[in-house]
Structure formats: C-alpha cells, structure tokens
Design a protein around this ligand. Structure first.
Ligand code: AHM
Ligand code: MG
Length: 356
C-alpha cells in the first residue's frame, strides 16, 4: 500500500498515535529475526549519528562549515567540511555503540576495523556514504546519508574481516538512508518491507510517517545527468527517446528531475514512481556510483519496495564486489521502467511495449 500523506494524520501534538523508530524496532522484533538487541542498538547508533549530522547541516551556514577542507579523498574528490563531519560522527557513533566490528566509508581509503575483540553476539559490518550529494550543501539543496549493514560470521580474524565483508548486496541484513530535505527522513529495510520515519525536531525523535512504502509503477519521473548525453550509448539514447513518449495507456508524460543528490532523487522517485540512472560516461567509464555504499543499499530498498535495480545487464544485488570503492553503472526505480531500460541496453528495445 502506498503512503498517502492525507490518510488520517495524527492530531497535532498527539504523540500517542505515532510510533518512534526505537519502538518500531522493538515492536517488530519477531518480524525480522536479525533484529536482536545488538541490531536494534546498531540502528539506534546510526540514527543518533543522523541526528547529529542533521543538526550540523541545519546550522551549516551559521557555523561556517560550508565549503571545502582543501583535502581530496581516495577517489580524488574534493572533500567538503560537512563530508568530514558526517564521516566522523558516524564512525564515532558506531565505535561508541560497540556492535560494529568493521566500517567502510566513502571518505576513508580502506575499511576500518573498530572492535577486533568484538564481544557482541553479531559482528556487524557497516558501509556508508556519510554525505551523499555534498556538492549541494553550499547552495542549500538537499543531501543524504546512505548505509548498508552485513553480519560477519563468528570468529572472523581481523585481517580476514575486510575480504569476508565484501559480499554481494543480496546478503545485506539491512540498509537505509537519511534524507536531509525540507524535513529529515530515516528510511530503512531489514528485508521485510520499507518504512520511513520523519524527524520531529521538537522532540528529537524519528516518527513512523511512511509505513510499508511501495514504489508506484508509474512512468512519473526520470533522473539522469543529461548533460552527458554525448557519452551515452545509442541504446541508452533510444531508451531515453522511448521514455519521453506519452504513456500509451494513460497518456501521461514523464517529467525530468535531477537534484544531483542520489538520496534525494531516489527518495522522490520512490514516492512518485520513476527511475534514476547513472550510466557509464567518458569521465566515469564504470559509472560514478559506488557499489558497496550507494548502489547496494538502495537496490535492497527498491526491491523491498517492489522496484528493481540493475547495471543494465545484471541485478545489482548479485554483483560480486572486488573492492570497497568499486563503481557500477546504475539504473534503479520502478520495475517496468528498469525492465524497459535493460531491454534497450541489451539490444531488445524493439520488444518494448508502446515503442513508437
Ligand atoms: P558523492 O557521493 O561524491 O556526492 O557522488 C555521488 C553523487 C550523487 O549523489 C549524484 O546523483 C551524482 O553524484 C551527481 O553526479 P554528476 O554531477 O556527475 O551528475
Ligand atoms: Mg554519494
């Protein structure tokens, strides 16, 4: 069932009729077996870091933390001050919590072992993009945090943990994102549906506002950096031409929306229907987005919401990662649109229904 904001909104100030993120995790305990106490604490740690990051983003102009640090990260991207703050807060929260034995971040060259002598029942590995779309921070546009959670087998040697943790996305036990938009939302899955929580800044709690999210099949929005069109393959250009035709059933036309912040573009498309694409380009021959902390977590979310994620030929969640910062082309969104994209990219565009 897709969420409708007008459906029985709670009366203002009536907090008894809404559920906090922590209550939700405890209440749904039996519905996802991996939701042990340790897992609940791990999610709490991520949500605490999200609140601190949110606090910094909301005061960014005042605190003068906008702009670059003067350093570049391992991927030759200029780091912004907020990138560093977000990375530090996530690492701190996960280190303090003690449930996580390994992290991998977009802002760090290598995975970092946190607690080699982990005594927690589970040994969680968490991969994250601390501040996705961070070029948007200087212009007051929305950004996000993305996270991906795996469990490691017991008794993993510290030196082996990195290799053991690089597993296909289908093995994630949970994934989610935080969207710092006109409100701040925490959206996650444990492989049993997708639920969205909105931060009530007055009480500092994430409240369940978007239960059981399902991505509409509608050809509503498409998100791609079309400035790169000269780099796109003829098959991809054909797909774009097809996409822009009127829907043969409804007569509706697709709209273009590209914020340049994957979390924000993904979140909008999840609510409205549509797709996000970052194909291979001359600048990024393997695609721009990273498998472990961008494509995989969003792929798990979109599949749990009834959508699909592909590199154009293969399901994202089946890709075997070789290294932490590996990139992949990405086509993600409503299932019929991703199926059509794959058909065009694989030279089967003529089979796609409604092709004019
Ligand atoms: P980042 O993680 O360094 O911010 O890079 C990923 C971002 C995505 O959020 C966004 O969709 C894309 O890069 C925008 O790239 P481009 O400016 O090439 O369109
Ligand atoms: Mg990113």
């Amino acid at each position: 069932m897709s969420h409708s904001p007008s459906e029985n909104p709670p009366p203002p100030g009536d907090l008894e009729s809404v559920m906090t993120l922590e209550q939700f995790i405890i209440d749904r305990h039996e519905r996802f077996p991996q939701a042990t106490g340790a897992f609940a604490r791990l999610l709490r740690d991520v949500s605490v870091a999200a609140k601190i990051i949110n606090h910094n983003i909301r005061r960014a102009g005042i605190l003068d933390v906008l702009g670059e640090t003067g350093r570049v990260n391992v991927q030759d991207e200029r780091q912004k001050q907020l990138d560093e703050i977000a990375d530090r807060e996530l690492e701190r929260a996960l280190r303090r919590g003690g449930e996580c034995c390994l992290i991998g971040s977009e802002e760090q060259p290598e995975t970092i072992p946190l607690s080699p002598d982990a005594t927690a029942q589970e040994q969680f590995a968490v991969f994250f993009d601390p501040l996705d779309g961070s070029t948007n921070t200087d212009v007051n546009a929305s950004v996000g945090t993305i996270f991906s959670i795996y469990t490691l087998p017991e008794h993993v040697d510290r030196d082996d943990s990195v290799h053991v943790a690089l597993r296909p996305g289908a093995e994630q036990v949970a994934a989610g994102y935080v969207a710092y938009g006109s409100s701040t939302m925490f959206v996650f899955t444990t492989g049993n549906g997708v639920n969205g929580f909105t931060l009530d800044p007055g009480i500092g709690e994430f409240l369940l506002t978007h239960p059981d999210l399902q991505i509409p099949a509608a050809r509503a929005m498409y998100s791609v950096n079309e400035a790169d069109i000269e780099d796109f393959s003829p098959e991809l250009r054909s797909f774009l031409r097809w996409l822009k035709q009127k829907d043969p059933q409804t007569g509706a036309r697709v709209r273009a929306r590209y914020i340049g912040s994957f979390v924000s573009d993904f979140h909008r498309n999840l609510l409205t229907g549509g797709l996000y694409m970052y194909p291979a380009t001359a600048d990024y021959p393997q695609g721009k987005l990273r498998l472990m902390y961008e494509a995989n977590p969003m792929a798990l979310l979109v599949e749990q919401a009834g959508g699909r994620a592909s590199d154009g030929h293969r399901r994202i969640l089946d890709l075997q990662p070789e290294e932490l910062h590996q990139r992949t082309p990405l086509f993600i969104g409503s299932a019929p649109l991703i199926e059509a994209a794959e058909a065009f990219l694989q030279g089967r565009g003529a089979e796609v229904e409604g092709r004019g």
